[in-house]
Design a protein around this ligand. Structure first.
Ligand code: BGC
Length: 518
């Protein structure tokens, strides 16, 4: 395995260290936090299209779907309670991600992961055995709390463990495990929906216990990060740990920087207030706009509701679920493309290409659905080629997202914040993401009912805006060491005015060790 050392391309530091089997396995286990998040994203849409589930909990939706043949196709799933079932999780995750930042800082990353795993586990149990709607909602709120804790601590843990040179790939590794989680959930839904007796949905929901157990047990066996040990005063143990993680004896430079960074970040008393200073305007803007835009690509319309959506445009239950499996495979495969290309082609190229691809597909899908379903939502007989065209362009749209806004929506914020505001800015990033995930999940079915095929034009409009935003406002961050990142804002035609005379934090000194200290 290649050793990492010497001076980086940007003239910044690189610390010696190997991609050891120890660190690789550790990171794979930790990244499974993403698997759980993904499982949750993928499972709800399939379950809400299963008849026995609707019959038990959402009878009015069930009747609307089956008895009232004249009902407008666009509106057959429009139910506030059904929507609440899906979106309650994200509101809970938003709240707990704010709480989790303190727990993670004070008690360590492992405890937050353990906490996250246990909350998932209880939530999955309650959901699997649910008898009433309130049990479903309570279960999902607990899953949401679990996600908040896991999403706060897992990326942080990965960043601290990963050798500097592999941070980018490992970051997208987290997104990869999200997409694998979504796919697994879609496949399981497909098979569980076929179970005679109609209790397959219990397996789908209860199945979340498996990834929950993995992260719970994982958090118990995972080693602590050196950063976390330093923060809690275990200096000697931390040095030994760093040697083990990096697989080399010569860790002094990185170790000293970690200690310095930890001391420096402890001196910052008001990270939230800090964030409002003029010199952090570019960072604050990105911490809010990137997650906002990521959700307004409309991706979760597909991720949560693909089977419902495909059902609405005339697919039978089985092929609707199958289509969700197909989009899931595309999502995973395109994420791998991103892992391959992100450090070669750069972030901007992926953002711009992915954006253009999504806009095109949204326009085509809107036109196709509009042409067949019109305003009244009564399509008549749908030819087979029609379904193929819609699914094909939805897949191309998903691929565009999966190599741009999907992984970069998490990667870019994690690499642009200087140490002294990093944890606060990261919390904003996570909360804004959850808030708009909630928002889209909550309003989608109503929007489909009222805006009809115009829904795709609505999200397409946002993708146009965000692509222009990236073109003008996001500097390229490829190949730039984190501690050198201040330079990219200074060189930027718009952002330079905010950072002109800034040293960033307490100068380069503060940022030196920032690579490992999130
Ligand atoms: C987003 C999720 C989305 C997923 C799809 C993630 O980056 O945050 O909201 O469902 O990608 O793969």
């Amino acid at each position: 395995m290649p050793a990492v050392g010497g001076i980086g391309p940007g003239g910044g530091k690189e610390y010696p260290g190997n991609l050891t089997p120890f660190v690789t396995i550790t990171c794979i286990v930790a990244a499974m936090g993403g698997l759980i998040f993904g499982y949750d994203i993928g499972i709800s849409g399939g379950v809400t299209s299963m008849d026995p589930f609707l019959k038990k909990f959402f009878l009015s939706v069930y009747h609307k779907k089956h008895n009232d043949k004249t009902t407008n196709q666009y509106c057959q799933y429009d139910s506030q309670t059904l929507t609440m079932f899906t979106s309650s999780l994200y509101l809970a995750a938003l709240i707990s991600s704010l709480v989790a930042s303190t727990v993670t800082r004070k008690f360590g990353r492992k405890l937050s992961m353990l906490f996250g795993g246990l909350l998932f586990l209880i939530g999955a149990l309650i959901n699997g055995f649910a008898q009433k709607v309130w049990m479903l909602i309570v279960g999902r709120i607990l899953l949401g709390f679990g996600i908040g804790f896991a999403n706060q601590s897992v990326p942080l843990y990965l960043s601290e463990m990963a050798p500097y040179k592999y941070r980018g790939a490992l970051n997208i590794g987290f997104q990869l495990s999200i997409t694998i989680g979504i796919l697994v959930a879609n496949v399981l839904n497909y098979f569980f929906a076929k179970i005679k007796g109609g209790w397959g949905w219990r397996l789908s929901l209860g199945g979340a216990m498996v990834p929950a157990l993995i992260i719970t047990i994982g958090s118990l066996v995972l080693p602590d990060t050196p950063n976390s040990m330093i923060e809690r005063g275990d200096i000697d143990k931390a040095r030994q740990q760093l040697k083990k993680v990096r697989g080399v004896e010569d860790v002094d430079e990185e170790f000293n920087d970690l200690v310095a960074a930890s001391e420096a970040s402890q001196k910052v008393e008001h990270p939230w207030r800090n964030l409002l200073q003029r010199k952090y305007r570019p960072h604050l803007t990105m911490a809010i706009m990137i997650p906002f835009f990521q959700q307004f690509t409309g991706i979760n319309v597909i991720m949560f509701y693909a089977p419902v959506l495909f059902g609405s445009i005339g697919f039978k239950d089985d092929s609707a679920l199958m289509s969700a499996v197909i989009t899931g495979v595309v999502n995973v495969a395109a994420t791998v493309v991103s892992i391959y290309g992100v450090d070669k082609w750069g972030r901007r190229a992926l953002f711009l290409e992915g954006g253009a691809q999504m806009i095109l597909c949204q326009a085509i899908v809107a036109a196709a659905i509009g042409a067949k379903f019109g305003i009244d939502g009564n399509p008549g007989d749908l030819p087979k080629w029609y379904a193929v065209v819609v699914v094909l362009f939805i897949c191309i749209y998903v691929a565009g997202f999966a190599w741009s806004w999907g992984p970069l929506g998490w990667l870019v914020p994690s690499e642009i914040f200087p140490l002294e505001i990093r944890s606060a800015a990261q919390s904003i990033n996570v909360s804004v993401n959850m808030l708009f995930t909630f928002f889209v999940a909550q309003i989608f079915l109503t929007m489909l009912c009222h805006m009809k095929f115009g829904l795709f034009i609505f999200f397409g409009f946002f993708v146009v805006i965000m692509t222009i935003f990236i073109y003008f406002f996001l500097p390229e961050t490829k190949g730039i060491p984190i501690e050198e990142m201040g330079k990219v804002w200074k060189a930027h035609p718009y952002w330079c005015r905010f950072v002109e005379n800034e040293e960033y934090g307490n100068g380069v000194e503060l940022n030196k060790g920032a690579v490992k200290n999130v």
